[in-house]
Design a protein around this ligand. Structure first.
Ligand code: ADP
Length: 401
């Protein structure tokens, strides 16, 4: 195969997702996931693009062991996709929090590693795992250039009035408490695709991107720059999500601590893991496929959860339309945004004031780039499957080629 192959790594605390992508053709060569790293019952799923998916149970005591297995699978005589590690030109790492230090992707050096480590405080569950992934790759591929691509970077263009909270200013100065935003790679990829689909210059548009997956966030992109986004210091703020509450009155935390005799930590755990549509549906499901079935069957918990979810999205669209003094195009992406016509319809039913009409037939399709508003809609509505791995591969290639 011609050109450089880029290994994209997304490392969580006990899992590691990977894709090998050719930078020239942008074709996926192989992908997979290692799960339960450091626990009993760890396994790797490996799928070469033109071969069979394999699932191997294999002990992985740590992330280095997991990456060693990934590299072995990619270079295996029979099922591998490259002859040797020399055919992997660079590694792109997804990093959750870049704080204010990183407004762009960057080649990883010792100084960069130190700066990422300094952001650990801001994302204690994610950044340490991301760093472990980088160190493991560096150990096994010491000569291969590595690039860090940050979830927060795209949002660093937000103006002060959008990123500051109404708190004593010294909390920002002392601790960098502010809005950062996440899913940046996706918001960037989708907003650029939207401009391309419309055949318009990116810098001329007002774009709202609704990234609706288990984690959900929404962003306002005005004239080529992100000007606001719904996630904050952490990914807990903003939309109602699969299991996360999104925006709540902060006083609820102390109120519930007292009522339930729980610690702040325990209540935050409820806000992260037992809330959102899962909580609203009385524990029925965080998955919109289940909720849609429930809704259609007339079940109150599912109806309540989906209505609250759609209403919150619509409210943010209104806020961001105000922030940008208008909107040209609204994009839906991620698991729900790409695949759930029902919820897209519920959200758009609030948007008549933007002169949006949804083309019912177009909206029934899923998982492909398409326009779902009618030709006479003043604001256009697009569905754009996100591709964070491809975006990371592109960023990586641009920095190492
Ligand atoms: P994550 O934030 O974990 O990456 P995803 O983007 O995978 O989340 O989104 C998960 C949600 O997307 C689930 O609620 C699920 O119902 C929905 N979803 C994913 N694939 C489909 C599909 N093919 N049809 C309908 N809904 C889907």
């Amino acid at each position: 195969m011609d050109g450089m192959n880029i290994l994209v790594i997304n490392c969580g605390s006990s899992s590691l997702k990977f894709q090998l992508i050719n930078a020239q053709s942008e074709q996926l060569i192989a992908k997979g996931i290692c799960e339960r790293i450091g626990m009993d019952g760890s396994s790797m799923t490996y799928s070469p693009a033109d071969g069979e998916k394999q699932e191997t149970a294999a002990p992985m005591k740590d992330h280095t062991a997991a990456i060693r297995l990934v590299l072995n699978a990619l270079t295996d005589d029979k099922t591998g996709v490259v002859k040797s590690l020399d055919q992997i030109g660079a590694v792109g790492h997804r990093i959750v929090h870049g704080g204010e230090s990183f407004a762009k992707s960057t080649v990883i050096t010792d100084e960069v590693l130190k700066a990422i480590e300094e952001c650990n405080d801001l994302a204690p569950l994610h950044n340490p795992a991301n760093l472990i992934g980088i160190n493991a790759c560096r150990e096994l591929m010491p000569q291969t250039p590595m690039v860090a691509v940050f979830d927060t970077a795209f949002h660093q263009t937000m103006p002060e009035e959008a990123y500051l909270y109404g708190l004593p200013y010294h909390y920002y100065e002392d601790y960098r408490v502010r809005r950062y935003g996440f899913h940046g790679t996706s918001h960037s990829y989708v907003s650029h695709r939207a401009a391309a689909m419309l055949g318009r210059a990116y810098e001329d548009l007002k774009i709202i991107v609704c990234h609706l997956g288990n984690g959900a966030s929404i962003s306002a992109v005005k004239e080529g720059k992100c000007v606001d986004t719904s996630m904050g210091l952490t990914p807990l703020e903003g939309l109602i999500m699969g299991t996360r509450s999104g925006d709540i009155d902060p006083a609820i935390i102390e109120f519930l601590c007292n009522k339930e005799n729980k610690s702040v930590h325990e209540i935050l755990n409820v806000l992260n893991k037992e809330s959102g549509v899962l909580g609203l549906s009385e524990g029925f499901s965080s998955d919109f496929r289940d909720l849609e079935k429930g809704y259609r069957a007339g079940e109150a918990p599912s109806i309540r959860a989906m209505k609250a979810f759609a209403y919150r999205v619509a409210k943010y669209i209104g806020a961001y339309t105000a922030a940008m003094n208008g909107v040209d195009v609204i994009c839906f992406t991620a698991g729900i945004g790409e695949n759930n016509p029902f919820i897209r319809n519920m959200i758009c039913s609030y948007l008549g004031y933007l002169a949006i009409t949804i083309d019912r037939e177009a909206n029934e399709k899923r998982g492909q780039e398409m326009e779902i508003s009618t030709f006479d809609s003043r604001t256009r509505v697009l569905v754009i499957p996100t591709n964070e791995e491809l975006a990371i591969a592109r960023e990586t290639y641009a920095l190492v080629k």
